[in-house]
Structures are given as C-alpha cells and as structure tokens.
Design a protein around this ligand. Structure first.
Ligand code: ZN
Length: 399
C-alpha cells in the first residue's frame, strides 16, 4: 500500500483519492489503457483545465495502483487551477473534493446516448419532474404490519433491503442524455416527494446523486424530531430484543448507520415553505426520500458539520462538528444484492478548518490498511469500526 505526501493541508484530497482507489470499479477504469489513451489524446488536442485535472488524476492513480511512489503536485495544481477556492493551503471538505472529482471525470468521459431534445436543453443533472400519481410504496411506518406480520423482521439486512428498495421497472427515472463510466457505477437516483400540509397534494422530483448525506438526530429534539425518534425506536425495538442495548443505541452518543438511514427515509417537515400547485401559494409541507436507482458504489456521507448561527452581538455563523460515534456493518444487503465496505474516510479534530483526514482501505489479500498521507499501516477491522467515520464506500459484490 503506497501513501501520498501532504503538500500542505492536502489530507482531504489524499484520503479521498485512496478511498476511491479501493473500489474495484475505479481500479478497472484507471487501469483501462483505452481510457488513458483517450485522456491523453484529449489533453494533447485541447488542454482544458478539466482535461488536465482528470488526466493528472489518472497518472497519479496509476502510479499508486502499480506501486510506484506518486508525486501529487501536478494533480494538485490542476485541481487548484480548476477549483481556486480549494487552493489556499487550508483544510477543505473531503466530501466536496470527492464530488468535484467524480463530476469532472463524468464530464470528461461522458458520451451522448440520447439525441438532443428539441423542447428542452436540460442536462441530466437538472431536476426533472415526474408524474405526481407515481407515489411509490414507501417506509412511512417502518413497523407497519402486512398480513398481520411485522414487515420488518429480525434480520438487519432486511431493513437495508426495505430502506433502499431496488429500482423496478415501474418507477420513472428521467431519460438520460449522457452517460459515463462514473454515471454507470456511482450514479444513483433519489426521488423526493414533497407534500402540502394543507391539501396533501404530493409533488415528486428526481435527482441524481453520487452520495447520500445522512444527518444525525437532533440531540435537543423539537416536536417533529420526537416523532422520528419514536419511529426509530419502534423499528429498532423490532430488531433489538435487549432493552438496555436499545436504550444505549438511542440515548447514548452512538448512532448506527441503520438509524441514520431510518431518519433519512422518514417523512420530515420542510425547513422552508413549498409552492403548492393545488393551493397556488406557499404552504408548509413535508418531504420524503426514496432511492429509485441504487448505484454499484453506495457512498454515505455522515453529516458531522453544520452551520450554527450565533447572534449575540454579531451575526456570526460557524461550523460545528458532531463527534458522535457511528457504527456501520462491513457488509449490507440491498434487496438481495450484497454490498461490501471497501473504504472509509475519517475526520479527526473538532473543526473542519483545523482537523485532519485519514482513510481506511481494504486490500483483497492483506485486509484493512490505514492511509495517513504518505504513511500507511496494516490495521485490524476493529480499528476501522472504532474510527470517526465521515464517508463510507460500499461496493456491489458481483457474483
Ligand atoms: Zn396545497
């Protein structure tokens, strides 16, 4: 396992690159000679900043995968010239880095699959409305009964299966104009259903995603959060038989990935009023998510940072970090498909500005490794499980 040197607060980038390179889909793409030739030719023809970034990422990654000591300077200078806000040698957000990188690779490698629509020039990344009557069956009440039996069994895998339902032919995903290897492996679709509190009219929209951002429950819950807590409690009660363990799970500082998923997929009130088409005015409403397409790479982002407004004397806002421990399984099952944990990004420290990022990556032969900039070390699964996880990468297991 080869490390990457830190050239001044670039651990956000090193941990992101190492985590991506632990994924089989990414390895195959990086080592594909045809892709390198294409990037090289693009770079020679028209050396755009984005092409330079993607090409230099390829060269860096190929060195790492082939065990050659990498020099990240060219990649970093390309990244900073395309995204100048990342270039001040201060600590950055690893999630933002991963998103920008994946987006750049997608843009660079995308090919057109649908003829240009004459009525709309919407790109695939724009929000597209789907029929309002397509309301899918969702997990409104996780413990509701079907045929007198609880829908949620004692098998946690079943919970993931229900929380992230596999795409079926009846759901409408907007037609894609472009595709890329990144879109094919990392691209999922999330449906959000907004509902007017006054008339109950739903409106659905579908957004593409590369990762799912999971919030932690509010520790000083407002009234609406208490309802979510009750749902989480009910759901967990059906799986966890030990009451002390249940209380520890809910009242302690520890949350499980499953709890955060239940929270994410529960109906929640909207922060701002919505435009209701039936009422023809702004109304308070609620929102509920559903995954329409599960990608091969499932990336979960644990939202540890939130803006807290402090306005005693000044209208001052700062990023507050939640240091709660989050537990996660090394394997999840989504509707009969197994996803294995391949890598994790950790954030250490109390603030985004002053912290440090490391990653844990799995190697088929040698197990888990810690990647801490240029330093790498073999570790035990327990080290991974006890880490302060910020990003989790699960990848579909192909039989
Ligand atoms: Zn309404």
């Amino acid at each position: 396992m080869i490390g990457i040197k830190n050239v001044g607060n670039t651990c956000y980038l090193n941990s992101g690159v190492q985590s991506l390179l632990a994924l089989d889909s990414m390895k195959q793409l990086i080592l594909d000679d045809e892709v390198v030739k294409r990037l090289e030719s693009n770079f020679k023809k028209e050396p755009k900043e984005r092409t330079r970034l993607v090409y230099s990422f390829w060269l860096l990654s190929r060195d790492i995968l082939k065990g050659v000591k990498p020099n990240p300077n060219r990649f970093i200078s390309s990244l900073w010239s395309l995204y100048p806000h990342l270039s001040d040698y201060t600590q950055q957000d690893s999630v933002e880095f991963v998103q920008l990188l994946l987006d750049s690779i997608h843009e660079e490698l995308k090919i057109q699959i649908e003829p240009e629509a004459s009525t709309s020039d919407d790109d695939q990344t724009k929000i597209q409305k789907i029929e309002a009557d397509e309301t899918p069956p969702v997990l409104d009440e996780p413990n509701k009964k079907v045929d007198g039996k609880p829908q949620v069994s004692g098998d946690p895998n079943n919970l993931y299966k229900q929380l992230i339902p596999k795409h079926d032919a009846s759901t409408k995903i907007p037609k894609q104009k472009y595709t890329s290897p990144i879109q094919e492996k990392f691209g999922g679709f999330l449906q959000s259903e907004l509902k007017c509190n006054q008339c109950g009219t739903p409106s659905n929209c579908v957004d593409p995603f590369f990762d799912i951002s999971l919030s932690m429950p509010d520790e000083n819950p407002q009234e609406h959060d208490e309802n979510i807590f009750k749902k989480v409690y009910k759901l967990l009660k059906s799986v966890v038989s030990s009451l002390p363990l249940l209380n520890l799970l809910l009242c302690g500082q520890t949350y499980s990935l499953l709890q955060l998923l239940v929270l994410f997929f529960s109906r929640q009130p909207l922060d701002e009023d919505m435009n209701c088409e039936a009422c023809k005015c702004k109304r308070s409403g609620s929102k509920k998510f559903r995954v329409l397409k599960v990608p091969d790479v499932l990336c979960f982002h644990i939202k540890r940072f939130s803006h807290t407004r402090y306005s005693f004397l000044f209208n001052y806002s700062f990023l507050q970090k939640r240091t709660n421990h989050v537990t996660f399984p090394s394997e999840i099952n989504v509707d009969g498909t197994t996803y294995k944990l391949k890598s994790v990004v950790n954030h250490h420290g109390s603030s985004l500005a002053g912290g440090h990022y490391t990653s844990f990556v799995i190697d088929k032969l040698f197990g888990w490794w810690l990647c801490d900039d240029k330093y790498t070390k073999k570790v035990a699964l327990e080290d991974v499980e006890s880490s302060e996880v910020y990003l989790l990468f699960y990848e579909k297991v192909h039989e």
